[in-house]
Write a protein that binds this ligand. Structure first.
Ligand SMILES: C[S@@+](CC[C@H](N)C(=O)[O-])C[C@H]1O[C@@H](n2cnc3c(N)ncnc32)[C@H](O)[C@@H]1O
Length: 364
């Protein structure tokens, strides 16, 4: 789906993308620096606090693209810029994981490369676990990224800048391993954009002009083979500049974070299933918000759609869940499991202790 025209098509945007040479504070809207309303976990906060100031200064993301449970996994960041998210991920995947950042802009990659050694020392690693490559997100395999090679792909405010969004998603699908997750934030519009908006250089640079109509993301993603995108977070974008407001007219924009999975189509389960989150994901011991519709409290049995069931089962999250298919009768409870659980929980002073109760009855 990608072809030579993509590169030609991207090149005219370079003027707009030169925004990346500004500092985050210079932007005229909050589109490329949002993420409000998103909960930043303790681990992410801590990892970000260890990222070099020079890298932070060149951050232009629009959300938090750090999913949980990353230790030991490989992560690819599409349009990594100066590498803020990559360095944060480098900390979270640990010394046995690996992170690749890919971007088309050499100036951004130079900042990232210059900071590899600093972060390797900062995280106490004996060798770097992060690399940066120059290339186009529409042509990942041309940039030397192998098919079926990454566990997770992230991207922060980049898809909007691509003239061929289907090629990007198709390439992401190809290089993800089976069960892999694409977790990304971008700017979305409440309609298909047209006219002056599409010609406006500043609106391109500020990540508005190329924003997808949010429903189109769902069509494109499922067309290339991904599971239906699940919405993890949505926040309003503040168009600070009056002139830009005039050009966009009634169009509304949000920054949204979605998670999508590479789940073989043949595996799709059409019916509702049940699951129990067993806990164990760092920062999400008591509850794990998978998306707006699925918030899993620890040890609580909940119904999930076939789609969510297959995504969970196929992905790196599967070990944190127990599953029951619809056919299993939830009313049937194994008495031996109950007894085993009670004795594990019991203490000699517990009034609910089965043995205490029995003893009392025996005495009376
Ligand atoms: C808004 S910035 C976001 C950078 C980074 N993700 C961050 O959060 O700081 C967009 C980045 O995408 C890169 N980019 C845009 N179109 C691209 C393409 N077609 N292929 C590769 N990189 C691209 C730009 O060079 C720029 O670094």
């Amino acid at each position: 789906m990608s072809n030579g025209k993509v590169i030609e098509a991207v090149s005219p945007l370079n003027g707009a993308v030169t925004n990346v040479e500004k500092k985050s504070d210079d932007l005229q809207t909050t589109a490329c620096t949002t993420g409000q309303g998103e909960v930043m976990t303790k681990s992410v906060k801590k990892a970000l606090s260890q990222v070099a100031g020079a890298v932070h200064e060149k951050y232009y993301g629009c959300g938090i693209v750090i999913p949980p449970a990353l230790e030991g996994y490989s992560v690819l960041d599409l349009g990594c810029g100066a590498g803020r998210d990559c360095f944060c991920l480098s900390k979270l995947v640990g010394p046995n994981g690996f992170v690749t950042g890919l971007d088309m802009t050499q100036e951004q990659l130079d900042v990232a490369d210059e900071n590899i050694d600093y972060h390797t020392r900062q995280f106490g690693y004996s060798k770097p676990n992060v690399e940066f490559k120059r290339g186009f997100i529409e042509k990942l395999t041309d940039a030397g990224i192998e098919e079926n090679s990454y566990d997770v792909i992230v991207s922060n405010c980049v898809l909007n800048l691509s003239p061929d969004k289907q090629a990007v998603l198709w390439q992401a699908y190809k290089v993800l391993k089976e069960g892999g997750e694409l977790y990304f934030s971008d700017v979305y519009a409440d309609r298909r954009l047209s006219g002056d908006i599409l010609k406006h250089k500043t609106l391109w640079g500020e990540c508005f002009a190329g924003a997808l109509y949010w429903r189109d993301l769902i069509d494109i993603a499922t067309r290339v083979g991904f599971s239906t995108p699940l919405l993890v977070n949505a926040s309003v974008i503040d168009l600070k500049n009056k002139e830009l407001q005039r050009v966009v007219g009634d169009a509304k924009f949000v920054s949204a974070t979605y998670r999508l999975f590479k789940v073989g189509r043949e595996k799709a389960t059409p019916h509702t299933c049940y699951t129990v989150y067993k806990g164990g994901i760092e920062d999400y011991e008591e509850a794990f918000k998978f998306d707006y519709s699925n918030i899993f409290k620890r040890n609580e049995i909940v119904p999930i759609s076939g789609l969510v069931s297959e995504a969970l089962k196929a992905s790196r999250y599967s070990g944190y869940f127990d599953f029951k298919d619809n056919g299993e009768d939830l009313e049937i409870i194994d008495p031996f499991a109950i007894v085993a659980q009670s004795s594990a929980n019991s203490t000699s002073s517990s009034p609910n202790n089965v043995n205490d109760c029995c003893l009392k009855n025996c005495r009376n």
